[in-house]
Design a protein around this ligand. Structure first.
Ligand SMILES: Cc1cc2nc3c(=O)[nH]c(=O)nc-3n(C[C@H](O)[C@H](O)[C@H](O)COP(=O)(O)OP(=O)(O)OC[C@H]3O[C@@H](n4cnc5c(N)ncnc54)[C@H](O)[C@@H]3O)c2cc1C
Length: 325
């Protein structure tokens, strides 16, 4: 079996949530493989992130240099090609980091490429069988990935349960010299622009009433706020609601919004696009109300109601108020 590597993304000296998820995905490919995590960044970040990664990976390679402080794919790619043996399997998260880095990496490694993997079935005669979703989650596609020249896979965040990864005490090795000098790049990092902070911090909420395009108008948001008030919840939303300027960006859940970890998530008129679900972590209890019985949100919901949120939310508010006396 080929060696497996996981590319660890991090911010402010902290590993991304996908650090354990990638390890879980690697174990699905080969449960007995000694997987190596690669951490690249400025020295002050690398040590903390490598130590975090070593809780899950038997081996961690760090590349510590100011030249890779920002994960510029143009710079990282040639260094990774130097480091990673030909024929290896490389995993990264399917997020802007992985989407930017990995297609070009697979070309440079002359390896197979498969993006947005949501399931890993088996290794069968030198082929890796994986699942992807098509048509916004309406159907699953089964793909066969030829491993003869190695493979680069991006894995959808939140799909592989991080809680199931056994903890280890991995060894950290400094591979800065092996990665070679950072090449010059045509694209340069200028600065980080932090997201605006709103009046509610939905990342701290235990219960979220989250509205999607099914809310139909800004005026109808009142119905969601009433339900949230009765439940002791905060209101969050999908991206179209922010695009329409009905709610502030700080309330958006998803890959280009906030990552939330509520205990209960009320998905009201939300289809369940993967960019939305990508912001949902910690395995919450999901209650979904949607007019369309085939909406992908029902695949992840514990409780699903097929119906009109404009009718059902007021009923829920009334019943919960009654129960609370
Ligand atoms: C790069 C990129 C990043 C993105 N980032 C994000 C992100 O961070 N967060 C995010 O949310 N999206 C994000 N998106 C957009 C995402 O792909 C979806 O388009 C979006 O999540 C859909 O939002 P929605 O479910 O509210 O709307 P829709 O997909 O339009 O779904 C509306 C749902 O409401 C149902 N409905 C309609 N009326 C009613 C009613 N009266 N009662 C009950 N149900 C009803 C419909 O059946 C439908 O399922 C991103 C997209 C891209 C390309």
């Amino acid at each position: 079996m080929a060696a497996i590597f996981a590319l660890i993304q991090h911010k402010n000296g902290k590993a991304d949530d996908t650090v354990a998820e990638l390890c879980m995905a690697a174990r699905k490919i080969d449960a007995s493989a000694a997987v190596t995590a690669i951490v690249m960044g400025k020295a002050s970040d690398c040590d903390a992130v490598a130590a975090e990664a070593a809780k899950y990976y038997a081996s961690v390679w760090k590349v510590a240099s100011d030249a890779v402080a920002y994960p510029n794919a143009e710079v990282l790619r040639p260094m990774l090609v130097k480091l990673i043996p030909a024929g290896s399997i490389v995993l990264a998260a399917f997020n802007p980091f992985g989407m930017d880095l990995c297609p070009g990496l697979s070309v440079k490694m002359n390896a197979a490429y498969c993006a947005d993997v949501v399931g890993i079935e088996a290794v069968d005669g030198g082929k890796l069988i994986v699942n992807r979703q098509e048509y916004a989650g309406q159907v699953y596609a089964k793909m066969s990935v030829d491993l003869s020249g190695g493979a680069v896979l991006t894995v959808r965040p939140g799909v592989f349960a991080a809680e199931d990864v056994p903890q280890v005490s991995g060894a950290v090795a400094d591979k800065t010299a092996d990665a070679g000098a950072a090449p010059s790049a045509k694209r340069r990092f200028l600065k980080v622009v932090e997201a605006e902070v709103g009046d509610v911090d939905i990342t701290k909420s235990d219960v979220l009433v989250s509205v999607g395009r099914g809310i139909e108008s800004q005026e109808n948001l009142e119905i969601a706020f009433e339900l949230a008030k009765t439940m002791g919840a905060d209101v969050s939303c999908s991206r179209p609601i922010v695009d329409a300027k009905w709610l502030e960006k700080s309330r958006q859940v998803g890959t280009s919004g906030q990552t939330v970890k509520p205990k209960v998530y009320m998905a009201m008129g939300i289809s369940g696009a993967f960019q939305h679900l990508g912001g949902l972590k910690g395995n919450p209890f999901i209650v979904a109300v949607n007019k369309n019985a085939k909406a992908p949100i029902f695949q992840v919901a514990e409780v699903g109601i097929v119906g009109d949120i404009l009718e059902i939310m007021p009923i829920l508010t009334e019943k919960i108020a009654e129960m609370k006396g």
